[in-house]
Design a protein. Structure first.
Length: 187
């Protein structure tokens, strides 16, 4: 039943067949006009795979090691090397193998994994933000906020507690309940 539906839909081509299948579609070669229409900024580079999200662009990514297009455009030197690679690889020199690799990829895996030193700029930005915050706080404390009230001093707070004890404020559960009136000290 399902195969009949797919056959009928594929005959009319109103909906692409890929919309109904879970298998990958076989790559058909594009003509130069079709490629220029679909991918105008591609240049003379080959489409070699599906790539990242199916878009024809180049990215060096560890989790997706096969980009959709080659890194460099196809030059006569690279094309001759690609013809030579179809034969025995023992006939290729190490420089030719490296040239073939660099025509398809920008970086190796070890180059992608290498530390970039970006942490230094991030650390400098964090320290700079902390310094700006500190200077802003000091500026605000000095020039914007009013002076601290006299009630914040230690002497005033001790005098206030002594006054609360003399007035027996909170004699049952408050401050005065912790004062021994007979001995004149805290319980």
């Amino acid at each position: 039943m399902a195969s009949n539906v797919l056959r009928v839909i594929s005959r009319h081509r109103a909906v692409p067949i890929r919309a109904f299948t879970s298998s990958s579609v076989s790559r058909q070669s594009l003509t130069a006009e079709q490629r220029d229409e679909i991918h105008p900024r591609l240049g003379n580079r080959d489409i070699v795979g599906f790539g990242y999200n199916g878009s024809a662009n180049y990215m060096d990514r560890l989790e997706l090691p096969c980009p959709a297009i080659r890194f460099k455009e196809s030059t006569p030197d690279v094309l001759s090397l690609r013809e030579k690679e179809k034969g025995d690889w023992k006939n290729l020199s190490a420089e030719e193998k490296k040239a073939l690799y660099r025509s398809s990829f920008c970086q190796t895996f070890s180059e992608m994994r290498a530390p970039t030193g970006e942490w230094k700029s991030i650390l400098a930005a964090v320290i700079g933000c902390i310094a700006i915050t500190g200077w802003t706080y000091l500026f605000m404390k000095k020039f914007v906020y009013p002076p601290m009230p006299h009630t914040i001093t230690k002497e005033w707070q001790e005098a206030n507690v002594q006054r609360m004890i003399q007035q027996r404020t909170g004699a049952i559960e408050g401050v005065a309940s912790n004062w021994d009136y007979e001995k004149g000290q805290w319980k």
